[in-house]
Design a protein. Structure first.
Length: 262
């Protein structure tokens, strides 16, 4: 029986680029060598180029579908959402990393400003001059800013301006039942160890963080009123993160106990 395909559901601004690179180093030598397709498929690892298959044009969608079901595929890494497995014949093992919602929104805001200063826009989206953090949250340029983690993990996606509360229930169920491993940005080292333990990986591969804005102000640099605006706009993500944090503690404890018994 073939192994399930690993799917790293990469939530933006959670340290996922570093995790993608680490996963590639763990798996590249173990995977069948299949040729590159449009620069996204390498050594059995598919760097998923679109958030949602249904958003791609028909030709692109057909191409993605073929790769998702290609023989020799072993891992998919990218900004997808829960549900990508429905386009695949083979079983998958989902993993993801969540981040404190306030810190994540701060990271998105300052990363957008940084990229825009260098390149003029962020993926074609231009932040208006002088747009403050509260305006960025209350009038989002993209819906990733509002409950983006709940949207991705529930499978609801970004078609609706308001993320329905039922999506939170679905995200929790998906996380508990269908994710082989999930971790927290704030506990990245432990997350890496949990992934290694869950998949039986033993290679000592360093984690190199990418896309970091080291000059980004933290939550402590902002007023309580501004932080409250972010929390209110991401109330579902706050609940989801608190739930994930408790579950993460349980899984870490289980991992430690198994290691001691072993």
């Amino acid at each position: 029986m073939s192994r399930p395909i690993l799917v790293h559901l990469h939530i933006p601004k959670t340290g996922g680029t570093a995790l993608n690179n680490w996963i590639y180093c763990q798996l590249a030598d173990r995977l069948s060598k299949i040729s590159s397709v449009d620069g996204f498929l390498k050594n059995g690892i598919y760097y998923y180029p679109y958030g949602y298959i249904e958003h791609a044009c028909e030709m692109e969608r057909d191409g993605i579908q073929r790769i998702l079901n290609r023989e020799g595929l072993r891992a998919i890494l990218g900004h997808c959402q829960y549900g990508i497995h429905r386009n695949m014949a083979q079983e998958v093992s989902y993993i993801t990393v969540l981040r404190d919602p306030v810190e994540r929104v701060l990271s998105m805001y300052y990363f957008h400003k940084l990229v825009q200063e260098k390149h003029g826009t962020l993926e074609g989206i231009r932040m208006p001059s002088g747009m403050c953090l509260e305006q960025y949250v209350n009038n989002p340029l993209y819906l990733e800013v509002t409950n983006g983690q709940t949207r991705r993990l529930s499978g609801v996606g970004f078609k609706r301006h308001i993320c329905p509360r039922i999506a939170l229930k679905q995200a929790k169920e998906n996380l508990y039942q269908h994710f082989k491993v999930f971790g927290l940005t704030e506990r990245f080292s432990e997350t890496i160890e949990l992934i290694k333990h869950s998949f039986g990986w033993e290679l000592d591969v360093p984690v190199c963080h990418k896309n970091e804005n080291l000059n980004k102000p933290t939550a402590r640099s902002h007023s309580s009123e501004t932080l409250e605006v972010i929390q209110q706009a991401n109330s579902l993500d706050v609940e989801l993160y608190n739930y994930a944090s408790k579950l993460f503690e349980e899984r870490i404890a289980q991992c430690v106990n198994k290691s001691r018994k072993g």
